[in-house]
Design a binder for this molecule. Structure first.
Ligand SMILES: C[S@@+](CC[C@H](N)C(=O)[O-])C[C@H]1O[C@@H](n2cnc3c(N)ncnc32)[C@H](O)[C@@H]1O
Length: 696
């Protein structure tokens, strides 16, 4: 008889974790018995139950050398139909299904395992934990996060929740034990065992489950052991993230799978996220405020364990966990827990022999997410500028933001909650033809993006207007003002704002909620200076950041540029953007109404985004938020295709490389695109190529 393909699949899955057929067979048989041959329960979550059971067995063997079975099912007698709920146990209804039973079974098994591990509480952060106490401390810490995070109502009603998955917790415990006891690590952990640990999670995701909530931590099984500095950091990152990178454009740090990232190593290689299983959770579950979760944890955990270090926080603790995971995964020596994780704001050099510059967060905490900076050469001077997350008026710009200017028809005062969930589009969608520009997932709609991209690629196929008296020409102060060269009439997104009745999480408020994806400023090494890359996969239409800077009048910009040209510091500056997307709709613009954004001295991460001719990965789109008056608007950058983790993000500045009169002297373009418009570069490249061929 042909073998059951489900057996084969299970064995193959376990084999890929380095666990042999002989080892798996008895465990699988036992589980099948226990689950009444319900394969679905075994196959669920990539054979989680089987993996857990197997590791249970291993642990039991190691711990006591006595117990022979992974799960002592008391002679096949099934556990009672009651969940152990800790304080105020509650009876589970007899109609509970097999999932409930499984949960019950696991609960029992795991609470037993963890009770064995309980030792006296420890005192300090992970790096300081003694080998004996670490498992309890870390385990308690992790489970507490999960306990609080599901929901206050659940905690109140159901009492304590119990850990379902032990293998991840043990994995974590091992890491911490090893971190705090190098001797034990070198003595006890064979390379074979270690390989299992780091190879086992092919998905590179380790999970700790409590009730419906799971905590995952991701790591890099692809990072070959050895010295972090011996490899190019970017190679390393690329390797880590190309495989199995499932994270996507974050919304509230949420991955596409709905996990919420709560901590990560500084560069995002390892991260911890929380997920509440929709199938298991209570119907009235809502995602709690993460800050409140952390605060609760700090109060409960840090106080309970008498951790008095002023800097201690839950986030730091979890970040440390990621850092340690990464370090041990890379086989780096433990030099105290601070090198990788608790980086100060200023640049730090990690290794004297191969220094590199790393800044943990260039935003100084002003954005939703940290934005790091990395110079692998350690030779580049750090950029000097002031980080501002929002546009600020430099001096003369006339930006009039007032509620009175927003007409009743220009907002959706009668809406509530999320405008995107309404059966009809509200007033704010009028601008985009009665349809919102965003999808419920927070991405730009395909149709809208396609039109914007076509305008960018072939502007002359679209509508241009010519000013009677162009502010750009006027600001040059020439004796004769040149005629207007024309301005493309661009598509706008209009977001809901303060006068609207919807809430901040409304799907028509994307740009105003700020940066959500993980970005890094890095030294490109291609003659372009610093650039920006994403540390995670970004789907097409994802909001990345807006171009923030000082709001200047064109006259102010012109004067500023004259000063820059006269100074020696004119070789690499940011590229100001003219806010001319709606210049044609009015008569003659006054000086203080013809505005632009300049991020040279004050700006956000967008000031580091380099130019790429024609096939850049980002597109800039004008966004109306606070004022219907389109002299001033936001310029938001969205992905115009899927972008892989560690790809540089680029944007077509729209430079005319032949315009020698432009106030900003165009740089020699090194974008590398086959569609590069800089003819000088093309000529010099083909000249060099020819010379090389001749020399040969
Ligand atoms: C907005 S900034 C980008 C960040 C800049 N690379 C830096 O190091 O600060 C624009 C400047 O970067 C450089 N740059 C941007 N794109 C470039 C490209 N494709 N080729 C060469 N230089 C580029 C130019 O010096 C330009 O003035």
């Amino acid at each position: 008889m042909a073998p059951n393909p489900r057996f084969i699949k299970a064995f193959n899955a376990m084999k890929s974790l380095g666990i042999s057929y002989e080892e798996v067979k008895p465990v699988l048989k036992r589980l099948l018995q226990l689950y009444d041959n319900n394969w679905e329960l075994i196959e669920e979550d990539n054979y989680r139950a089987l993996i857990d059971a197997y590791f249970e067995l291993e642990e039991d063997k190691q711990a006591e050398g006595k117990r022979k079975a992974p799960i002592n099912y008391t002679d096949g007698v099934r556990p009672k139909r009651k969940l152990h709920l800790g304080d105020g146990d509650a009876q589970v209804s007899s109609s509970d299904n097999s999932r409930q039973e499984l949960s019950e079974e696991k609960t029992k098994i795991h609470s037993r395992t963890f009770k064995q591990e309980i030792v006296k509480p420890s005192r300090s952060s992970i790096g300081d934990i003694e080998a004996t106490s670490s498992s309890q401390t870390v385990h308690t810490m992790l489970s507490e996060v999960e306990r609080i995070s599901p929901l206050p109502c659940m905690a109140a009603r159901d009492g304590k929740l119990h850990i379902e998955n032990v293998s991840a917790a043990r994995h974590c415990k091992d890491l911490i034990d090893k971190a705090s006891n190098p001797h034990m690590r070198s003595k006890n952990i064979s390379s074979n065992h270690r390989q299992k640990e780091f190879m086992a999670p092919r998905t590179q995701k380790h999970k700790l489950h409590i009730g419906p909530v799971s905590m995952s931590y991701y790591g890099s099984s692809d990072v070959s052991k050895g010295n972090l500095h011996a490899k190019s950091l970017s190679d390393l990152f690329q390797n880590v993230h190309k495989k199995g990178d499932s994270s996507a454009c974050n919304n509230n740090n949420r991955t596409q799978k709905g996990d919420i990232d709560i901590a990560s190593s500084p560069l995002g290689e390892v991260k911890i996220s929380l997920n509440c299983d929709a199938a298991l959770r209570q119907p009235n579950f809502h995602i709690p405020d993460l800050d409140a979760v952390m605060k609760s944890m700090e109060e409960k955990y840090l106080k309970a364990y008498k951790i008095v270090e002023p800097q201690s926080s839950m986030v730091k603790l979890l970040d440390d966990l990621c850092g340690i995971y990464l370090k041990l995964g890379l086989d780096l020596k433990q030099k105290g827990s601070h090198n990788m994780t608790c980086l100060p704001q200023q640049a730090v050099t990690v290794d004297e022999n191969n220094p590199y510059h790393f800044v943990d967060d260039i935003t100084k905490g002003s954005e939703n997410v940290k934005i790091s900076l990395l110079d692998e050469t350690g030779r580049e001077d750090l950029p000097k500028f002031n980080y501002i997350p929002y546009n600020l008026i430099y001096q003369d710009a006339n930006v009039n933001i007032s509620l009175a200017r927003i007409a009743d028809e220009g907002c959706c005062a009668d809406c509530a909650g999320d405008c995107l969930s309404l059966p009809f589009s509200c007033a704010c969608a009028q601008e985009t033809g009665g349809e919102f520009a965003y999808t419920p997932q927070g991405l730009l709609k395909e149709d809208f993006l396609t039109i914007c991209m076509s305008m960018k690629k072939e502007p002359h196929d679209h509508h241009f207007v010519y000013c009677q008296e162009c502010p750009l020409e006027r600001s040059k102060n020439d004796v004769i003002t040149e005629p207007c060269k024309g301005h493309l009439v661009r598509k706008f997104i209009k977001e809901c704002w303060r006068k609207c009745g919807c809430d901040m999480q409304c799907g028509n408020r994307v740009v105003q909620r700020g940066i959500r994806c993980k970005l890094q400023v890095f030294l490109t090494g291609e003659g372009k200076g610093w650039g920006v890359r994403t540390l995670e996969y970004l789907p097409k239409g994802c909001f990345v950041c807006e171009y923030s800077g000082e709001i200047l009048t064109n006259t102010e910009l012109y004067e500023r540029n004259q000063r820059i040209v006269q100074s020696s510091d004119n070789d690499r500056h940011t590229y100001p953007v003219t806010l001319d997307a709606d210049w044609g709709s009015e008569g003659v613009l006054k000086d203080d109404e013809a505005l632009c954004l300049d991020a040279t001295y004050n700006g956000n991460v967008a000031r580091f985004i380099n130019h790429r001719c024609s096939d850049a990965s980002l597109i800039d789109i004008p966004v109306e938020v606070e004022t219907p008056d389109r002299h001033y608007y936001h310029l938001a950058l969205f992905t115009n295709r899927n972008v892989n983790a560690y790809e540089e993000l680029t944007w077509d500045y729209g430079i005319d490389f032949d315009d020698h009169e432009h106030p900003i002297k165009a740089f020699k373009c090194c974008c590398g695109s086959a569609l590069c418009r800089d003819k000088k570069q093309k000529v010099s490249k083909s000249f060099k190529g020819k010379k090389r061929r001749e020399e040969k």
